[in-house]
Design a protein around this ligand. Structure first.
Ligand code: S3P
Length: 428
């Protein structure tokens, strides 16, 4: 589905942002490890989390959806069928493949093959294969890429220093440690998103955080119900849109505000955005709140170092913001963006240039000069990447003439409700 976006009137109103993808994945996976019955409320509608849910089902859980976005997982019979070679399709989802690898590797007698779509089959898996092999895992792979053939085996604890600040790597090792006798520790240079640590603690695991290190001991998890908050990475597209469309004033409700995810709020604030957190509470060990964003004049900034893992998924929309900010925005230390659903540095730079943006690719990021008026009148590509699709859409909202985003259906990977929410903010 190709979509053509026109310059919009101001965005006005109140929207509720849908379920967090990272937390939904973990809720379904960890529920499958409890041996009991877990009700998950506000589970993601995105295709990625449904890949995880299908796998939880294949692995022996009984999964029911009694009402919209409520998922009930009964794990009484999970991981029991030792004779089967499970074929587990992770679709487009790196989180599904990397976290399930950690779950399956220590389960003796279990055999599984994890596959993915074209994009996932190109993504690096060495980052999880190496630490799992250090623990004694038995994994066959295609030159460190999917498909991964995992033969569950007894593992040994590891004290692992991760060369990348990646929540998927950290979570994979911690999940392997959860079923390994002894203490498994992961240390990262900068703290990546910590939903795994928080949810494992909520479910009663023996887990300890010490600065940038996390340790886990073999634990069983208690079946407890989980409420999933809204996804700040989805909200980011609306925070950005309201900041750059003149006279906008919106409230976004139910956003996850875990500090390991709020880099986008820090960046917007530093760029001079008019952004205010209205209310904050804690739900299932995660901070949640409402945010008001109004249009404002933005200025370019430098984004680098420790903040990068706290906004890694928001860099495509930050690049769009930068085209609408006065001065230079420099993004550094973000080389891992080249390993996402697409090479987000290369692809973004190419597409932004088509619209007249002044942007240069660097090995670990990009440099963007603002403020420009995107000329529109052209067709852009999203490279099968949901976040590039939505970022280009937001740019279209301030383009001189209509801007087309090809294959916009890729938005369904994380945020099928995106267009409906745009309409809610423009239909007044
Ligand atoms: C995720 C971690 C991040 C992020 C991805 C989701 C997670 O990936 O980009 O969208 O749920 O753990 P990395 O761990 O590779 O940085």
């Amino acid at each position: 589905m190709n979509i053509t976006v026109e310059k919009t009137k101001p965005l006005r109103g109140i929207i509720t942002i849908p379920s967090d993808k990272s937390i939904s994945h973990r809720a379904a996976m960890f529920a499958s490890l409890t041996g009991g019955r877990v009700v998950i409320r506000n589970f993601s509608n995105g295709a990625d989390c449904h890949s995880t849910l299908n796998i939880v089902c294949l692995l022996g859980c009984e999964v029911q959806t009694p009402s919209e976005q409520v998922v009930v997982i009964d794990a009484a019979n999970a991981y029991k069928n030792k004779n089967e070679n499970y074929m587990l399709d992770c679709g487009n989802s790196g989180t599904t493949m990397r976290l399930f690898s950690g779950i399956i590797a220590p389960l003796e007698g279990l055999n599984a093959t994890l596959t993915g779509d074209l994009s996932l089959s190109r993504r690096p898996m060495k980052r999880i294969i190496l630490p799992l092999e250090l623990m004694g895992a038995k994994i066959k792979h295609n030159a460190f890429k999917a498909p991964l053939l995992i033969k569950g085996a007894e593992l040994f604890p590891v004290d692992y220093r991760s060369p990348v600040a990646s929540a998927q790597v950290k979570s994979c090792v911690l999940l392997a440690g959860l079923n390994t006798v002894g203490k498994t520790t992961v240390t990262e240079e900068y703290v990546s998103r910590n939903h795994t640590e928080r949810m494992l603690a909520y479910l009663g695991a023996d887990i300890e955080v010490n600065g940038t290190s996390v340790s886990v001991k073999k634990s069983s998890l208690e079946p407890k119900d989980i409420d999933v908050c809204g996804d700040i990475s989805s909200a980011a597209f609306f925070m950005a849109a309201a900041s750059i469309v003149p006279d906008s004033d919106i409230v976004i409700k139910n956003i996850g505000l875990n500090p390991t995810r709020t880099g986008i709020i820090d960046v917007l604030t530093k760029m001079g955005a008019d952004i205010e957190i209205l209310e904050q509470k804690t739900v299932c060990n995660e901070e949640v709140g409402d945010i008001r964003v109004k249009y404002s004049n933005l200025k370019g900034i430098t984004i680098e170092g420790e903040i990068i893992p706290r906004l890694i998924d928001e860099i495509p929309i930050i690049a769009v913001l930068a085209t609408q900010a006065d001065g230079t925005t420099t993004i550094k230390d973000a080389q891992d963006l080249r390993n996402k659903e697409s090479d987000r540095i290369k692809c973004l730079v190419a597409e932004l240039k088509k619209t007249g943006a002044i942007v240069e690719e660097t090995p670990d990021g990009m440099v963007i000069e603002g403020k420009i008026t995107p000329r529109g009148g052209c067709c852009t590509e999203c490279y099968h990447d949901h976040r590039i699709a939505m970022s280009l859409y937001v740019l279209g909202l301030v383009s001189e003439s209509p801007l087309t985003v090809n294959e916009f259906q890729w938005v369904d990977i994380s945020f099928p409700e995106f267009l409906k929410l745009v309409t809610e903010l423009t239909d007044y």
